[in-house]
Design a protein around this ligand. Structure first.
Ligand SMILES: [Zn+2]
Length: 102
């Protein structure tokens, strides 16, 4: 195993073993609450965070409450990083096949 592969695999193992993984992207969106006289009625919208994923061609979204934000951001980042690392390992194996080198 090359050092690059070993490094990618060990980071991947760390992520997968102990931490939350969540696929999706976070989207900040402004909304109007409907209370008359609220600042949002004058265009200063309330900001809400949503997790957006696409599944079998359909888009789903989930409202993320303020006190979940940090945790969800961390899980989403873990998933993103894990995918990147899988991709790194995959490239190494692509080259193995291409060069006929096990
Ligand atoms: Zn409002």
């Amino acid at each position: 195993m090359t050092p690059a592969e070993r490094r990618a695999r060990s980071r991947l193992a760390q992520l997968i073993q102990g931490q939350g993984l969540l696929r999706g992207s976070l989207l900040q969106r402004g909304r109007v609450c409907g209370r008359p006289g609220c600042k949002c009625a004058r265009g200063e919208l309330h900001q809400s965070l949503y997790l957006v994923i696409s599944e079998k061609g359909r888009t789903r979204q989930l409202f993320i409450p303020k006190d979940w934000e940090a945790l969800v951001r961390c899980w989403v980042r873990n998933h993103h990083d894990a995918r990147g690392l899988m991709e790194e390992v995959s490239r190494i194996y692509w080259e193995k096949v291409r060069k006929r080198k096990r």
